[in-house]
Design a protein around this ligand. Structure first.
Ligand code: NAD
Ligand code: TYD
Length: 348
């Protein structure tokens, strides 16, 4: 048996990774460490709760003592580190929280892993999950490759860049067995509805205004969350130590075209007249320092590890819409309370 720590497993991507690892690796015990912030939700993992190889542990990666004790207690063989503050708009209103969790939290995990492995790193892996946003903002041309210079421009991407640098520093300085991946925007089930796609689905359903920032011409490269989880699996098991892998969907959309596609899909699913939901589109004040375009060149992971996205965007998006429509209770539970306050402040 191997014991694997997954941090942030109650969040959007983490819950898909926990589920995949439990299903695919009967020889793994999985410990999910999560603080359960507004974005962490144990409902995301209800189906695996009773699995004897799964343990949930509520805790804060910023709490150094707690993290050290957890590593002493469990003697992990590997770490997949996803816990983070992850929403750019929240990082603009509260940057310090992002430095605490994303930077201090990451160094606490690195130190605890190093300490528990006593500098004997054979068969150990510390895998840090990051974002393409660390590379900055592209113009019309070009793609992010693994050695694109870092140029983060939001407090969120700066905190992720900082943690990426620390993880690499531990490889060079202490020989820690690290891996890093930088992924484009994810979509799929269980995503907190503050991010573009679930927010728009939620609002279309409720016939609420669809807040498009600026002119809606910013471009993102969208990847189905299950395909990201598959890439994480491949990198964790077969990626080279000390290396970085870019993960992307080769699937660029302007925000406005994406929102219109969602409107058409939802009109069909909800049996509304075509064009009805598009009327809800409302252009609002642009995000401060809004990055224009992200686009990933995922050639390295394809050539070296044989990973590619498994489904088209149209199919993935339709399945995603269906999931949110079917799981009204989930949406209601996560949108009560704290989220309502956030929504009112953000879009007042
Ligand atoms: P999320 O916000 O849905 O989940 C984050 C999880 O981390 C939550 O369960 C939360 O409770 C937990 N967490 C937050 N602070 C914590 C702390 N101090 N201690 C312990 N747990 C804490 O985020 P996500 O979208 O699932 O992203 C997961 C990771 O993937 C992040 O590192 C993010 O930077 C990265 N990433 C996300 C995307 C994307 O499109 N969502 C793309 C590329 C990379
Ligand atoms: P988001 O889902 O926050 O991801 P990120 O900023 O990390 O890429 O936003 C995706 C894009 O959608 C981004 O260009 C900002 C834009 N956006 C809106 O136009 N309206 C919204 O209400 C939100 C949340 C995002």
């Amino acid at each position: 048996m191997k014991k694997i720590l997954i941090t942030g497993g109650a969040g959007f991507i983490g819950s898909h990774v926990v589920r995949l690892f439990l299903q695919k690796y009967p020889e793994y015990d999985i410990v999910n460490l999560d603080k359960l912030t507004y974005a962490g939700n144990l409902e995301n993992l209800q189906d695996v709760e009773s699995n004897p190889r799964y343990t949930f542990c509520k805790g804060d990666i910023v709490d150094e003592r707690f993290v050290v004790n957890l590593f002493e207690e469990h003697q992990f063989d590997g770490v997949v580190h996803l816990a983070a503050e992850s929403h750019v708009d929240r990082s603009i209103s509260n940057p310090t929280e992002f430095i605490k969790t994303n930077v201090i939290g990451t160094i606490n995990l690195l130190n605890a892993a190093r300490n528990s492995w006593k500098d004997n790193f054979e068969d150990k892996v510390f895998y840090h999950i990051s974002t393409d946003e660390v590379y900055g903002s592209l113009g019309k041309e070009g793609f992010f490759v693994e050695d694109t210079p870092y140029d983060p421009r939001s407090p969120y991407s700066s905190s992720k860049a900082s943690s990426d640098h620390l993880v690499r520093a531990y490889f060079h300085t202490y020989g820690m067995p690290v891996k890093i991946s930088n992924c484009s925007n994810n979509y799929g089930s269980h995503q907190f509805p503050e991010k573009l796609i679930p927010l728009m689905i939620h609002n279309i359903k409720q016939k609420k205004p669809l807040p498009v920032y600026g002119e809606g011409l910013n471009i993102r490269d969208w990847l189905w969350v299950n395909d990201h989880a598959r890439a994480i699996d491949v990198i964790f098991h077969n990626g080279k130590l000390g290396e970085t892998y870019n993960i992307g969907g080769n699937n660029e959309w302007t925000n406005i075209d994406l929102v219109k596609l969602l409107c058409r899909t939802m009109d069909k699913k909800l049996k509304r007249e075509q064009g009805e939901s598009e009327k809800l589109i409302t252009y609002v004040k642009d995000r401060a320092g809004h990055d224009m375009r992200y686009a990933i060149d995922a050639t390295k992971i394809k050539n070296e590890l044989g990973w590619e996205p498994s489904i088209t965007f149209e199919v993935g998006l339709e399945q995603t819409v269906e999931w949110y429509l079917k799981n009204e209770d989930w949406l209601e539970n996560v949108t009560s309370g704290e989220y309502q306050k956030y929504y009112e402040k953000q879009y007042k």
